[in-house]
Design a protein around this ligand. Sequence first.
Ligand code: CA
Length: 237
Amino acid sequence: MPEKRAILVIEDDHAISNFICRALTANDYKAIPAASGKEGLSLFFSHSPDLVLLDLGLPDMDGLEVLEQFSDLPQEVPTIIISARDRESEKVKALDMGADDYVAKPFDPAELVARVKAHLARYQRLTQGGQRAENGQVIRVADVEIYPQSWKVYKAGREIKMPNREFELLKFLAEHPNIVFSKDRLFETIWGFDYVGDSATVTVHVGRIRDKIEDDPSKPRIIETVWGAGYRLNAKG
Ligand code: CA
């Protein structure tokens, strides 16, 4: 029997935590509850969960701080924010910081489980795709090197820190060089249809990637804007 996927549930409200853990266990996941940010981080390191459910309002630290510590890690673990703070700015901030999804309280446990399942499947696809593409391969564009399997990017030999979505977007464009993709198409591919946000998210992420990989982000040569059409990675850089 395959090992159960482990889900770390960082939530200080015991009733909600129990409710989530029961729903996960009923769906054959292993639920690991943590009642504070510190406990969550400690269990994260000791248990290497497959996915994290993270409440933003924690007693000892802000959920966004916990998220920030996750984003410093080399390993990529999908994170879904669960919060009563149903405010657009919080959502956007969490998503910008590398969270994969956002579920507002109160939520339907079936929907939460469906999202957990979808994100686990997506990450599995991405990492398996990476293994196939890797095969000792590295994608080189100008002085930028992209390692699909290890999720690393280097510019002029220096490693560049890139959150999940930025990396996925760059990798996707680099794997399809010289092809123009509309923002909508990129949004659907990288974020998915039922994701919070819209194609403006793509613009923001392209801007961040350019800041990191372009010699002059105001005159991009690697990720080019094709006016009225979208973006294209220029394989010649
Ligand atoms: Ca809370």
